[in-house]
Design a protein around this ligand. Sequence first.
Ligand code: F6P
Length: 327
Amino acid sequence: MEKQIKRIAVFTSGGDAPGMNAAIRAVVRTASYHDLHVYGVFRGYEGMIDGDFKRLERKDVANIIHRGGTILKTARSERFMSATGRKAAFESLTAFDIDACIAIGGNGTFTGAKVFSEEHNIPFIGIPGTIDNDLFGTDFTIGFDTAVNTAIEAVDRIRDTADSHNRLFFIEVMGRHAGYIALHTAIGSGAESVLIPEVDMDLDRLTELLLKNARRRKLFSLVIVAEGNKIGSTQEIARIIKERIENFDIRYAIIGHLQRGGAPNSLDRVLASRLGYAAVEGLMKGEQNVMAGIINDHVVFTSLSDAISKEKPLENDLVKMAEILAM
Ligand code: F6P
């Protein structure tokens, strides 16, 4: 017979994302509604290893739905990658009598959760929280929409100065392995081109495209560069293009961690609330070692193993559309 779940641990891990607090709040309040006890684990797997736990009640998650970052802090844990570290984490969970864990994070977080739950037979539910939007099994991850809005706001500002000076700007956004942020930022900011890991683009094609724009008397250009693009660093791309087209006045900007901070927007608050609620309800119905996601506006549970290993394809039509709209 399955053990009845009475005590849940919740934690955030990996890169923070706006909306994580809204997810923590939803987990705590849903669990409390069902008379379950929730323990917050600080600093992700690091805190789990160190036994850094705190009982969370309804009032502890008041006044956080609108806050960026994560009240539970986060970390990328090296120690959890070893069996010794994971054993120590399991001992902490046992000491607090934890029956199940809810992990809010991205690919690395769920990879750790999968290995850990197999080794120590403890149920996990994942909530996708990463600005990268690169998890299979959900249309959107918590934090993505806010991050894209932040990036677009930054690009709008750069557009003003690029326009005034007739300059070509390369603007780097986050996305180590995925081009979602870059593609959506490019479409939403009306950029001339976008470099993402999923689409082959070489310097020759890029040079040709920029020259074509110049021939069409476009006086300034914005190129959005995903940090994981296949050509190279943004600085290097800017340098090479300058060598090839000397009369272009070129600058680059890296938006960086600005994209990860700030208050979550309405989409992320609602998404995080839905997923936090779904994770607890799912656990109570016997779901385990799955990620709660939303596909076509419905809650869907996907195995952790699919969520981390299956590729979430970029909508090809969006790539084509971005090109057509930029002409
Ligand atoms: O969380 C995802 C992400 O923001 C990636 O887009 C980025 O490559 C990475 O985290 C940066 O990580 P860190 O904050 O550890 O430098």
